[in-house]
Design a protein around this ligand. Sequence first.
Ligand SMILES: *[C@@H]1O[C@H](CO)[C@@H](O)[C@H](O)[C@H]1NC(C)=O
Length: 382
Amino acid sequence: MPRGPCSLVRVSATPVAVLAVALVSSLSRCSLLEPENSVVSALSPYFGTKTRYEDANPGLLPDPEVPRRDPELLEETCTPVQLVALIRHGTRYPTTKQIRKLRQLHGLLQARGAEDDRTRAAGRGDLGAALADWPLWYADWMDGQLVEKGRQDMRQLALRLASLFPALFSRENYGRLQLVTSSKHRCVDSGAAFLQGLWQHYHPGLPPPDIADMECGPPRINDKLMRFFDHCEKFLTQVERNATALYHVEAFKTGPEMQNILKKVADILQVPVNNLNADLIQVAFFTCSFDLAIKGVKSPWCDVFDIDDAKVLEYLNDLKQYWKRGYGYSINSRSSCTLFQDIFQHLDKAVKQKQRLADMDNLEAWWTNTNPNHCNTGLTEK
Ligand SMILES: *[C@@H]1O[C@H](CO)[C@@H](O)[C@H](O)[C@H]1NC(C)=O
């Protein structure tokens, strides 16, 4: 559930190769803890950056550990030299900020519930009452942390990558794989889970040790690289700390489309419209996705919104991403240049090394004389 990238995987092979493959994938994908995929919502296509991974990539549902591969890709003719994967964290809890808004909504509903016992006693199919009774199971400590499902997302991703590129993920390359991550807890935890997935690949059936004891070494934290937006002064000044940078988003939040939803929701929940605002409504909308992704349950919040509402709320989220992360300001994308430079430098290095090796008569002799730490093998997590 996105914002920036979360992980970057870089793996190099022992050299037998002709082609460098860069795989920069915004990590998503994963699969279900249990096969209860019947729990879906008509709203699912509109959650944008909060979409459940399996809804974005349903091809994985039959077997989340088996990759789907273009049959043409890597067909005998070429061999991958290096793999670079930029990976997001797995499924996570809402942030504390989101949880507080949800609690505020819950409070509104419960205050209303006390005055409303008559209606409820009358047995009206009251969505507001259902929501007031729906347990608020999110607590502040959860603060955007990776959930168990998110660990599974990462383990399965590792298994898919390993079976997609068997030459790169060979046993002898395992020790050269490196992972870099941002310091964000959900990213550190995602990296650890990814390595546990790989352990499972290399040692099926054995419980994974502490990641510090794995051959590939623990993930390295590098915020300059992986949280480039926090280290780009121009981005911070022009966008992040600039009160007017998102004025289009603010305008939409108070515009007629949003007003219609506020009125409609106030009416359904039977709370004063003045107590609602776009931010609260957006969190309520995302709660449908969080409950599905984390618990595999369909929250009554899913029933509050129809498809037209969902389109408006999707637009609100897209608009924010556009101005803050996307094309709205050129500095948004330019702030990632350091990361991409790093990726391409490693790719260039892998290709050069490969070419050098191709010129050598005795590859094996060369490798025995090489410090394995010099290999461009990275597995990066942010
Ligand atoms: C803040 O954003 C507005 C709107 O894009 C822009 O006109 C202004 O120059 C920005 N301020 C700074 C300090 O960059």
